[in-house]
Design a binder for this molecule. Structure first.
Ligand SMILES: [Zn+2]
Length: 383
């Protein structure tokens, strides 16, 4: 339930719908990539105390606490306000960031007292965006894919639809004589934005014009599904799609259209005599970590991922490339599906929520280069 402190709609605000408002202040969450109304339980503005309270609800069933948020604030006149966020039965995982254009973001100071996060803000007639992480929208992915498809060797097209009918796109190299494939996946979990921040430079490096990348593409095609969960990205879901299902638990059930689309894509490639060689799935968690399949699991080229990540680790004396092997046949995660169905390695590439964004970029580029070197070396050994 929203609590409307006043029902007066001012001319400044007349064109918008909103989550809550007072005479002079309005909080909006009806823009693309905003916290869904269903995830914002309470929103109230006490204008006389310059106080704005927002309470975030758990995600739909099965319950996941949802510490992610995004909304906009507008005030009829410049004023200082205190925004107080409460997560229902959860922690404040995502530190607040603000933007004045929805594109450029900066961290803002906050204070956590007991279960409440307090943020001091100066707001005015121009929109102030507040979000748990930077916003990377469905449109950002489409713009990126379109731009890449200007290269003759890259196509950008639709492989399926989400529960709510949003297109799921692939970025794919189209070299019919190249039969080995590197697969890249992103955004199964919408607010895992640091994983998304890593995916772009990782793929740009694979598709780049370096001698290594050009030689790599003589041996491997690349298919990227950068945004697996466009409904969740649009609606601000935490781990679910629009059916309330965690996509990265559906790779053994294949009930969700997003997962079915990618499974079909890869299955069709194999049916045409092509080979899935390796897959990388981008996520975020509390720290930087690479979840791998154990090298004794029985997949081909058993040391490929060890060789890759050890090489990357050597390049970063100050940074520990943590490899965490795991084998969970019942969980329905993508990397397990790739190992079990295609008999090759896949990893879950996790960037920390608060890892420096410039470092994420640099690491992603180096990770792409070392992966290409490693896959080419193992490829040469196979011949
Ligand atoms: Zn995740």
């Amino acid at each position: 339930m929203y609590k409307f402190v006043t029902s007066t709609v001012l001319s400044l605000f007349a064109a918008s719908s909103f989550a809550c408002q007072s005479d002079n202040i309005q909080l909006l969450n009806n823009f693309s990539n905003a916290t869904s109304a269903s995830l914002m339980q309470n929103c109230e503005i006490d204008e006389s105390n310059n106080q704005i309270n927002v309470k975030l609800l758990p995600e739909n069933k099965p319950i996941n606490n949802s510490p992610w948020y995004a909304f906009q604030l507008v005030s009829k006149e410049p004023r200082a306000v205190t925004l107080t966020l409460t997560v229902n039965d959860g922690d404040h995982r995502y530190l607040p960031k603000i933007s004045r254009d929805g594109k450029n973001w900066q961290q803002v100071d906050y204070k956590i007292v007991e279960d409440k996060m307090h943020v001091e803000l100066a707001i005015d007639t121009k929109t102030t965006w507040i979000a748990g992480q930077e916003l990377i929208t469905n449109k950002d992915y489409i713009d990126w894919g379109k731009k890449l498809s200007e290269f003759e060797f890259i196509d950008h097209n639709v492989i399926g639809s989400s529960v709510n009918g949003k297109p799921i796109y692939q970025v794919i190299t189209n070299q019919p004589n190249v039969k080995q494939w590197l697969v890249v996946l992103g955004r199964q979990h919408p607010p895992e934005v640091t994983g998304a921040i890593a995916l772009f430079p990782f793929v740009d490096t694979l598709l780049g014009n370096s001698e290594l990348a050009r030689y790599f593409r003589q041996n491997y095609n690349i298919v990227v599904v950068p945004n697996m969960n466009p409904d969740g990205v649009e609606l601000g879901y935490w781990r679910h799609n629009a059916n309330g299902v965690d996509l990265n638990r559906d790779w053994n059930k294949f009930k969700q259209p997003e997962v079915i689309a990618v499974d079909k894509l890869l299955t069709d490639l194999v049916a045409k005599g092509h080979k899935i060689s390796m897959a990388v799935d981008f996520h975020s968690t509390h720290k930087d970590i690479f979840y791998t399949m154990p090298n004794d699991y029985g997949v081909q080229q058993r040391y490929l991922v060890n060789n890759w990540l050890n090489k990357l680790d050597k390049q970063y004396p100050e940074f520990n490339v943590i490899q965490k092997p795991g084998n969970n046949p019942q969980m329905g995660v993508f990397k397990q599906y790739v190992a079990d169905k295609f008999d090759v390695h896949a990893i879950t590439y996790e960037m920390g929520d608060n890892t420096d964004r410039k470092f994420i970029h640099k690491l992603a580029k180096d990770a792409a280069n070392t992966l290409m070197q490693t896959m080419l070396k193992d490829n040469d050994q196979l011949r």
